[in-house]
Write a protein that binds this ligand. Structure first.
Ligand code: GLN
Length: 487
């Protein structure tokens, strides 16, 4: 495990600063792995080799001059819904196949400012709608643990890339579980921050009140470093919160003895695979041995989170996606007869089936006569779910449970039944509805497949979550396991 691709994000930053290797060397190592595995995994939509190598050379010059930021020369990848100036941003959709953004998303700009070198843009479910990466216009991403299985979604490209050590860290977004669920299915660490912690400016919108950018890395320590560099207030995003960003890295070593851990009764329900449950319960024992105190708590409204989400998210998506009309940018149909025809055919040709399903559901629940019955009611239940979490956090510091009900499933197994697919996010959606931060860390295997443990905390408790995850990773080595063929 001495090869450069096992170095991790923090290891890469430290090694570069100590001049143990160059940024160009590092970029070459990872670019080669990306290119070699593209056909099998399909984790990338764009690979920006030439730009990456010239950015890496510039990083090496900065390092030689003793300059640079926290990530100078460190290779990363961006989920293909973060706008990148001059580099195509597709959002996994045919409708944006030809879209080149004139500006960088704030997350992209911040990571650039910290010195990170982008190697490419990762594959994803179309407009981040999905749990398996099967809705991407660019084809399914495959799970490095078994190429017959899905990597999870919607950030499946980022997750597969980090799991296969094609890149030490990648950005991702989580609207209902899209960072944590693929992290769990690919055996890596995934952090979804508090709503408002990371700017959404330049992040193509799916459901604006739920979307949040975050990170996928091998370890919690790497996640701490990457998050510290991309979080913070942004005047361009009115929902970003003006609040100091703690030094997550410096706080990693805090002891967790005395941590009050709540076990969510609703998370250990009959839908949970017995193998997953066993691994999660073993992880809880590790937390106990580290001094955590476990108690059971109940969030009675939590079982309503999937139906609430599938009203709120499609409603917001139908409104956000109205901007793709074939007029200003993106796909335009051939020879439109008139404006209606232009809209109808451009959208009809540009959007895939799952996106259309969401737009139709969303338009329906927002329409006059149904708004009160569906949308308003869903918003009320959302408030009840938030209140349940607030009540729970009066007596515990974090909630711990499974990230997903099962390990990775076969490609094609759930595509015919959207409801079964939607149930994948049953344990993750609650945090989005309440705007809470949550992290998923690998906690063992069922057969040969990784299982994720989820830790949810109160608003702006990222440091606590990362510290707890880091303490667990110091006591275990699940996060260091690499899928066969990628060592
Ligand atoms: N799987 C969920 C959905 O399809 C969540 C996706 C996400 O978090 N972007 O909506």
């Amino acid at each position: 495990m001495s090869e450069l691709h096992h170095i991790g994000l923090a290891g890469a930053a430290a090694g570069l600063r100590a001049r143990r290797f160059s940024s160009v060397e590092l970029a070459e190592t990872f670019l080669k792995r990306i290119e070699r595995n593209q056909e099998t995994l399909n984790a990338f939509i764009s690979v920006t080799r030439a730009q990456a190598l010239s950015d890496a050379a510039a990083a090496d010059r900065a390092l030689a001059a003793g300059d640079g930021g926290a990530l100078t020369g460190v290779p990363i990848a961006h989920k293909d819904l973060f706008c990148t100036r001059g580099v195509r941003t597709t959002c996994g959709s045919c409708i944006l196949d030809n879209f080149v953004s004139p500006y960088d998303a704030t997350v992209v700009a911040k990571l650039k400012h910290a010195g990170a070198v982008m190697l490419g843009k990762t594959n994803m479910d179309e407009f981040a709608m999905g749990s398996s990466n099967e809705t991407s216009y660019y084809g399914t991403v495959r799970n490095p643990w078994d190429p017959r299985l899905v990597p999870g979604g919607s950030s499946g490209g980022s997750a597969a890339a980090v799991a296969a050590r094609l890149v030490p860290g990648a950005t991702a977004t989580d609207t209902g579980g899209s960072i944590r669920q693929p992290a769990a299915l690919c055996g890596i660490t995934g952090l979804k921050p508090t709503y408002g912690r990371v700017s959404r400016y330049g992040m193509v919108a799916f459901a604006s009140s739920l979307d949040q950018g975050g990170v996928l890395t091998v370890s919690a320590a790497d996640a701490a470093l990457m998050l510290r560099e991309m979080a913070g207030f942004d005047p361009n995003d009115s929902t970003s919160v003006e609040r100091e960003v703690p030094d997550y890295v410096a706080l990693l070593g805090e002891p967790i003895a005395g941590l009050r851990v709540g076990l969510l009764k609703e998370f250990f329900d009959k839908g949970l695979d017995p193998g997953n449950e066993r691994r999660v319960r073993e992880a809880l024992k590790v937390f106990e041995s580290l001094g955590a105190r476990l108690t059971e708590v109940s969030l009675p409204n939590l079982p309503l989170s999937v139906p609430v989400y599938y009203v709120v998210a499609p409603a917001e998506c139908s409104s956000n996606l109205a901007r793709f009309d074939g007029v200003r940018y993106g796909h335009r149909c051939e020879q439109p007869r008139d404006l209606q025809d232009l809209y109808r055919r451009s959208r009809g040709e540009g959007f895939g089936a799952e996106v259309k399903r969401r737009i139709m559901t969303g338009t329906y629940v927002l329409s006059a006569g149904y708004y009160d019955a569906y949308y308003l009611k869903a918003q009320r239940v959302r408030q009840l779910i938030s209140a349940d979490f607030t009540r729970a956090f009066a007596s515990v510091d974090v909630l711990i449970g499974p990230t997903t009900p099962t390990p990775a499933f076969a490609i094609g197994a759930k595509t015919a039944d959207p409801i079964t697919m939607y149930l994948n996010d049953i344990y993750t959606i609650g945090a989005n509805l309440a705007g809470l931060p949550a992290v998923s860390v690998p906690c063992g295997f069922v057969g040969k497949l990784p299982v994720g443990l989820q830790i949810v905390g109160p608003h702006f408790s990222e440091a606590r979550l990362l510290t707890a995850a880091h303490a667990y990773q110091r006591a275990t080595d699940w996060h260091t396991q690499v899928p066969e063929g990628y060592a």
